[in-house]
Design a protein around this ligand. Structure first.
Ligand SMILES: Cc1ncc(COP(=O)(O)O)c(C=O)c1O
Length: 512
């Protein structure tokens, strides 16, 4: 919960007489500090805070010089800013000329989704839906408490960075260059560096990343129409669409029931003279068993294409995904561990020629304006999304750490014989994009959790070969894949989930 403090509360807290007169102001202030709640001051109030503090000192200590009073006021503001964040009033918010400061405070609270803590009668009356008196604060938050645990609270995830996003937005706006500019270039450098690869090419989304990799190999003469690409039968549809959109044939391989990842021991039997690549999907945040897959690819001279849409930052041995094959596609769909505020994607690779072709393919097949070497696409990573992703990339490892902490707690504490917990390979460095459990009573468990306020999702309810889009495969049997799709359930997990919520999920599941 975010709380924007009106300065009358601040003045109550830092003046003995006033804190005696209005004890609830101090009580709420202490509660917020002790519980590390998200507290804000409106930028527009700072000037007034200084003025009122100096006036207060003037009345209480008339012997002080102006410089001394100013110094004391400066110290107070300096101290407050160690704990309080500043909220600016957005320029689009209408200013009420009858009380300019009040409307600026309300505008700031709106922009960040905060409540306003105030004793100002006008604000409390006029903006009762958003403003609360300290006397009523504890009742107010009790009523506001939402006992539901969302699957993924994207708003809270992104609001953590709202100030840096503002700065990033202003930089893009002022640059005057909105497609393939400096932000995209810098993000590509930073993400390549993060993955440990030579190149990163920003594209419009994860599906395009995979489509363009295959298209680039076709331009290089390595893959041709009708060739076969090995892919897991258990994956999100995008992995398969990328193959069929290129007039190539997906050859589906069953997953390992323990890890849900492509079973490396079942790949070799599917290789024919038409096989040109293996697409590995590091599903749910865990990398595939790459040592075995590297061996097979080497033996049959196959390219390895990674679908890393769910696994930013995951390791296999010393290397991160994105750097475990010949080329890798990433998605920055908002719900991913590294998610934009819209669509976004990227390809990483160490192959200079492939990178060069991809840079052209995403941009109408052109390196130079109006000269088209390939029949390309318009699939560029948006400049604004790149700027926002640069902010979030700095915190990706922190996000992953928090997810690991939650996953560890789930793994150690969920104890219910009806439920199969995810298996993690010993040497693994899982990033827990999803925490996926399995049970024969999946739909019943999901309803039970919903009734108890816990939102869950299914990744995924229908396997690719059973989709209407691929009706030619509907009669094929992939029993392990089908079992997974009928039994899996994803529990809430994210960097903003409180451990109290995690414990609640465990308790409720254990009672099932
Ligand atoms: C495994 C996998 N591959 C590919 C994609 C496609 O990414 P996007 O939604 O950015 O196109 C996704 C995500 O949605 C995914 O989960």
């Amino acid at each position: 919960m975010k709380i924007l403090f009106d300065i009358n509360i601040i003045l109550d807290v830092f003046d003995n007489k006033r804190s005696e007169q209005y004890p609830s102001s101090k009580k709420v202030y202490d509660y917020c500090i002790n519980n590390k709640l998200d507290c804000y001051l409106c930028v527009a109030s700072l000037d007034n805070l200084e003025f009122l503090k100096i006036s207060q000192l003037d009345m209480q200590f008339p012997e002080l010089t102006y410089a001394q009073k100013k110094r004391l006021s400066d110290l107070l503001i300096q101290d407050l800013l160690k704990f309080f964040k500043l909220a600016k009033t957005p320029s689009y918010y209408p200013i009420d000329l009858n009380d300019i400061e009040d409307s600026q405070i309300i505008g700031s609270a709106h922009a960040i989704g905060a409540i306003v803590l105030t004793r100002d009668k006008d604000i409390l009356e006029k903006y009762s839906y958003i403003a609360v008196h300290p006397d009523n604060f504890f009742d107010f938050i009790e009523n506001k408490k939402n006992n539901k645990i969302p699957f993924l609270d994207l708003q809270s995830i992104n609001m953590q960075y709202c100030h840096q996003f503002e700065e990033a937005f202003d930089a893009v706006l002022q640059s005057g260059w909105y497609i393939l500019g400096q932000e995209c270039k810098k993000f590509e450098e930073e993400f390549a560096d993060y993955c440990g690869t030579k190149h990163c090419i920003g594209v419009a989304n994860g599906l395009d990343a995979l489509i363009l990799i295959l298209k680039a190999y076709k331009e290089m003469g390595i893959i041709s129409d009708g060739d076969e690409i090995i892919a897991p039968a258990n994956t999100y549809i995008a992995s398969i669409l990328a193959i069929t959109h290129n007039n190539l044939k997906p050859v589906l391989v069953e997953p390992d029931l323990n890890t849900y990842l492509i079973d490396p021991d079942k790949i070799e039997e599917k290789i024919t003279s038409k096989t040109k690549a293996i697409m590995v999907v590091h599903l749910y945040g865990q990398t595939c068993q790459m040592d075995k897959i590297w061996e097979i690819a080497k033996k049959y001279n196959l390219k390895i294409i990674e679908d890393s849409a769910q696994s930013h930052g995951a390791y296999f041995g010393q290397k991160r995904c994105g750097n475990l094959g010949d080329a890798s596609g990433f998605s920055f769909y908002p719900g991913k561990n590294l998610g934009a505020l819209g669509d976004g994607g990227a390809v990483t690779t160490n192959d200079d020629e492939l990178a060069n072709i991809l840079r052209a393919l995403r941009n109408y097949g052109s390196h130079k304006k109006y000269e088209n070497i390939y029949k390309g696409f318009n699939s560029r990573l948006d400049e604004l999304q790149a700027a926002l992703l640069r902010v979030k990339l700095k915190y990706l490892d922190k996000e992953i750490e928090k997810r690991r902490e939650i996953a560890k707690f789930y793994l150690e504490n969920i104890k219910n014989e009806k439920i199969v917990l995810p298996k993690v390979r010993k040497e693994d460095n899982h990033v827990w994009h999803l925490f996926v459990i399995r049970t024969k009573e999946r739909d019943r468990l999901q309803k039970y959790l919903e009734k108890n306020g816990i939102q869950t999702l299914i990744h995924y309810p229908i396997p690719p070969h059973k989709q209407k889009a691929y009706k030619e495969w509907n009669t094929k049997a992939y029993p392990v894949t089908e079992q997974i799709h009928y039994e899996v359930l994803s529990l809430p997990i994210s960097g903003v989930m409180g451990m109290d919520e995690v414990k609640e999920v465990v308790e409720i599941i254990n009672r099932y």
